[in-house]
Ligand binder design. Structure first.
Ligand code: LLP
Length: 430
């Protein structure tokens, strides 16, 4: 489900008109639906009920304190990739003992911070890192709970920048080396406890087959590790893809529909994988990010100028790749919805471009949209995951505001940056 829909000719998030948000908070602004976040978490959590499990929301998808708080209150654990993300989880009232810490380049300070806060598991991405964790834990007089991340060498069939489960990717420890690594750690490393096994093959997977292939490949290893080393959990990672094309909910006009409307449903995911996992007797961890937050958010922006060139018509908007980099970085598609519902089915071929001084700064190229005029508001849909968290100040543009809608209420969950924020911490030479 998601909660962006037309009502009385205006695009709404839950029951709030996006025009009123633009008037109150300006543009560009990220708008999130609390109901969608909660619904996605709850549906996945329930679908996995037949197996002992913990959903650890991947904070990198959307790390706003209000998002973390919403999910923490539903019982979510968290998949973090930096001490900064753990800091956010703690500030938002999340439970560190439900956190797993991934990432190939954790510093010793980060490892220390995680151990101080009693996190559930550090997911180890290399043998060198395992040694470092053991040393840090030893210095602290602690035993570090760890899970080794196995690279199963399975093709996730997704964009190459977000594919992580092939042996040429930097992530995890090669499948053929992993058992020996556990054996070695068990005999030699006195300050780690082997708590689990982890994998994550990639992001935005749109078919179930690679998940199934990876699970089938790794389950025998999990069984062996449970018998030999008493591991207690197996994390199957995140990666469930969402619909980006035609992603408007009910009442979508004809020009929305597109052929690329495939997605793994939560039900298909659970029904396919749970039977493979029930007999393990291990706690299953899931690390969804995009599935929870992606369709829960939109980026609201306003048309500044229309420019008719010799070959193209450009609609220049007040948001750009600094606010939402997915089109530029991954050729990501975000459906564009005029906030005032078009009265005609007529369309025009346009480029939607931002103000940044790069030709890669576009949200859509040669796309058929209803006619737009200066000052019109548009929403870039499915921008709740990897939108704000990847935003930058490039071109010295303040970061957008973030708003969370809860039914009919509107909460400003992050203020728009000011010029002073832009230079905070900087100084000129004496
Ligand atoms: N677990 C691990 C170890 C991960 O590396 C990731 C994502 C996740 C879980 C969550 O994956 P998800 O369920 O969201 O697919 N910026 C890119 C996506 C990068 C994903 C990085 N790792 C994008 O905008 O498409």
């Amino acid at each position: 489900m998601h909660s962006f829909h037309y009502q009385n000719g205006q695009l709404h998030c839950e029951s709030v008109d996006l025009t009123s948000i633009a008037e109150q908070f300006g543009t560009p602004t990220y708008v999130y639906s609390k109901a969608t976040l909660s619904d996605h978490f709850t549906r996945l959590n329930q679908a996995m009920n037949k197996v002992d499990h913990l959903v650890c929301y991947a904070v990198k998808a959307n790390s706003n304190l209000a998002v973390i708080d919403t999910l923490a209150k539903l019982g979510s654990g968290f998949d973090i990739v930096s001490a900064g993300e753990l800091f956010r989880v703690i500030k938002a009232g999340g439970d560190p003992s439900k956190c797993t810490f991934a990432g190939v380049g954790k510093t010793r300070d980060e490892i220390r911070f995680a151990l101080e806060h009693g996190i559930y598991s550090i997911n180890v991405e290399s043998l060198a890192e395992l040694e470092a964790i053991n040393e840090v834990a030893n210095e602290m007089g602690k035993i570090a709970p760890v899970a080794l991340r196995v690279n199963p060498n399975v093709d996730a069939k997704t964009h190459k920048y977000i594919s992580t489960g092939k042996s040429e990717n930097k992530f995890g420890i090669d499948f053929g080396k992993i058992e020996a690594a556990y054996d070695d750690a068990a005999t030699r490393l006195k300050n780690v406890s082997l708590r689990g096994l982890q994998m994550h093959i990639g992001s935005q997977l749109t078919t179930i087959a690679p998940f199934l292939e990876a699970v089938r490949k790794v389950v025998p290893l999990a069984i062996a590790l449970k018998e030999k080393h008493g591991i207690e959990f197996f994390s199957i990672g995140g990666g469930i893809g969402i619909v980006y094309h035609g992603s408007l909910s009910s009442g979508a006009p004809e020009w929305w529909q597109s052929e690329e409307n495939t997605q793994i449903t939560i039900e298909e995911y659970a029904e396919t994988l749970v039977p493979e996992l029930t007999s393990l007797g291990l706690r299953i961890l899931l690390e969804p990010g995009r599935l929870i937050a992606g369709n829960a958010g939109a980026l609201l922006t306003r048309v500044l100028y229309t420019k008719k060139g010799d070959t193209k018509t450009f609609q220049i908007v007040d948001s750009g790749m600094g606010d939402l980099i997915r089109p530029a970085l991954y050729q990501g598609h975000h459906e564009i919805a005029p906030v005032t519902e078009p009265k005609t089915t007529a369309t025009e071929k346009v480029d939607i471009v931002g103000p940044i001084c790069e030709s890669g700064d576009f949200f859509a190229q040669d796309t058929d949209l209803p006619p737009l005029a200066e000052n019109d508001l548009i929403a870039l849909l499915s921008a709740g995951a990897y939108g704000f968290t990847m935003a930058s100040n490039y071109n010295s543009r303040p970061l957008p505001a973030e708003i969370m809608v809860d039914g009919g209420s509107v909460h400003e969950i992050r203020k728009r940056q000011t010029f002073d924020d832009l230079i905070a911490g900087e100084s000129v030479l004496p």
